[in-house]
Design a protein. Structure first.
Length: 437
């Protein structure tokens, strides 16, 4: 299913990032040390009452010295709005209408997209009543919230969902193994695609960001139809300077959402960056398969190769299940192993474990483990079922879900991996109380 995209727009310091993190907090029930969950997040998936959407912070708009919105930033926000399915236009109720608010409102009205005017920092009833000023923007009733304090944010999610189109299944891709090639600009994604296909399919250039859109290529591998998705590079927020690059970031996230397996391409000539880890975090949070590919390996010599291999494992220790490949797309070295590895990960994602074998492994694991306790209550597990594939999903019946600690969840995942593999894919592990359906 393709998730609708909602873009948060507005000038700087109106609280867009605070809202993004507030709504993300409603989705994340257990806070773990995962990449992509920091304050500077750019994207988050929000789930509410069986509906999901991707929320995007587009960055702030400011007036330039000539009292006009900077052209590059204006182009960025326009492209993001055009790609989104709905728009949240945020203003600051404590500051009232600013000149930049009026200019952004003009942009929004011309697009004629579903838009919700959100007046943030309405921390009390008086400030909420002050929001009537924003009727002047011509975008309907201002919806007053306090993102920082969580005031009216639940109602806001319901309002957003009411504006969204129904998610449609991508039936034409149902029988395909979908592989997305992702990574920062200029790491060699397009060259890797060309090397896999053995021919020129997309333009290859040394200029970062040459690939503007996600480009699909179909092929057959091991009698299986495959869709290869070559995406534009994902840049960290401070480097997304033009509309076309912001647009490409959104396309890249859509590609990750669509794929079964993501090939995360790194550049062996550059040090690891936080953005490399963030992209991996996006893939993990989307519960997609992953193969980490270190490209330009021909430029790394001797002891540096050993150091690189060690550091790669340290950098991505949060996804120790991910296979790592070292290759040179330019010279074709190691490229012939990419599709077999991606196919193996796909097979792991679609593996169904026999029920009796699964129950036996979990029974033995629990018998050897000190179960979590809270006071006099001890967690007990009465059953386990594999409830889905792609991604592999396991549902455990327990006496009380509040007794489940993240370390116990990790213990179960490790046992499942030790017994059944699941190379290259995250697992979805869910807990339900015995009386839940």
């Amino acid at each position: 299913m393709s998730k609708p995209i909602v873009a948060i727009i507005g000038r700087q310091n109106v609280g867009k990032s605070t809202l993004l993190n507030r709504l993300a907090g409603k989705r994340i029930s257990i806070v773990e040390d995962l990449p992509g969950t920091t304050r500077d997040r750019l994207f988050t998936d929000v789930s509410w009452n069986d509906r999901s959407f991707t929320l995007i912070d587009t960055g702030g708009l400011e007036l330039g010295m000539d009292s006009e919105i900077d052209r590059g930033v204006k182009a960025q926000i326009t492209e993001a709005m055009e790609e989104a399915d709905a728009i949240i236009f945020m203003v600051n109720v404590q500051e009232g209408i600013m000149p930049a608010d009026a200019e952004i409102a003009d942009l929004v009205r011309r697009l004629k997209k579903p838009t919700l005017l959100v007046a943030n920092k309405g921390d009390n009833d008086k400030l909420e009543s002050d929001a009537v000023e924003f009727y002047q923007l011509g975008l309907g009733d201002p919806f007053v919230i306090s993102a920082y304090h969580g005031r009216s944010t639940a109602e806001l999610i319901e309002k957003i969902i009411s504006m969204l189109p129904e998610a449609q299944p991508e039936a034409d891709e149902a029988d395909l193994m979908k592989i997305a090639i992702v990574g920062k600009p200029n790491v060699g994604k397009s060259m890797l695609l060309n090397a896999i296909l053995g021919k020129e399919r997309v333009i290859v250039s040394d200029v970062p960001g040459t690939t503007r859109d996600a480009i699909d290529t179909e092929l057959v591998f091991m009698d299986k139809k495959v869709l290869l998705i070559d995406t534009a590079g994902i840049r960290k927020r401070g480097q997304i300077e033009t509309g076309i690059e912001q647009y490409s970031v959104i396309r890249s996230m859509r590609a990750i959402d669509r794929c079964d397996v993501a090939l995360l391409v790194l550049d062996a000539t550059e040090m690891f960056s936080a953005q490399d880890t963030h992209i991996a975090g996006y893939i993990q949070q989307a519960v997609k398969g992953i193969v980490i590919i270190v490209n330009k390996w021909d430029l790394v010599k001797g002891e540096d190769q050993v150091l690189w291999a060690e550091n790669t494992r340290k950098q991505f220790k949060f996804m120790a299940y991910a296979p790592v490949m070292f290759l040179s797309a330019k010279f074709g070295r190691g490229v012939n192993e990419v599709m077999p590895q991606a196919y193996k990960v796909y097979q792991e994602r679609t593996k169904q474990i026999p029920a009796a074998e699964l129950k036996g492994v979990i029974r033995d694991a629990i018998a050897s483990h000190n179960m979590p306790r809270k006071g006099k209550m001890m967690l007990s597990v009465s059953g386990v079922t594999q409830t889905d594939i792609n991604p592999p999903t396991f549902t455990f019946k327990v006496n009380n879900t509040k007794l489940v600690h993240f370390s116990f969840k990790r213990f179960l995942e490790n046992r499942l991996r030790d017994s059944f593999g699941f190379t290259g894919t995250p697992l979805k592990i869910e807990f339900k109380a015995g009386n839940e359906k």
